[in-house]
Design a protein around this ligand. Sequence first.
Ligand code: HEC
Length: 152
Amino acid sequence: MDRFRFSIGAAVAASCLGCFAMIATAQEPAGVIEYRQAVMSAQAGHMGALARIVRGEADFPEDVPAHARALHDLADMILPAFPEGSLEGAETDALPAIWEDWEGFSASVEEFRTATAALVAAADGGDAAAVGAAFGEVGNGCRSCHDDFRAE
Ligand code: HEC
């Protein structure tokens, strides 16, 4: 009897995994747009925090590696957050150029990833001047992609 209960439990658990997979794949167009905007806002949050540290306005050098790593992790989320056709369903500043020039957009993401990797390396090295320079490069990466692929 206990065994029977257990196998029912296992069956329910297994079918719920199926449910979850269904929920995970049936995403909404508006949700995708809002998701990537939230990812972008998270990046802006880490950049804003780092800017205070780099400019010497706030003294939290021990936090620099965590912000750098967060930016590097977030960089990996950019490309998948722009699936083809995700230009409708919510207000978006994404330009059609993203999909018309997917190679260029991918290259921009890759450049940005490289810049965030350099920031992680500089942060781990602990040299303030190197962190400042790498931070500037990451900022250039944001700007350069926005210039080409985001509406004013
Ligand atoms: C490879 C391209 C690319 C890179 C790199 C990039 N962005 Fe963006 N960003 C975009 C696009 C495209 C949008 C418009 C998204 C939309 O509205 O659907 C956007 C939107 C935003 C927004 C507005 C979000 C909202 O709520 O509407 C902010 C803030 C932002 N980015 C900050 C940053 C920061 C800070 C960085 C660098 C640390 C960065 N982005 C790097 C392409 C990029």
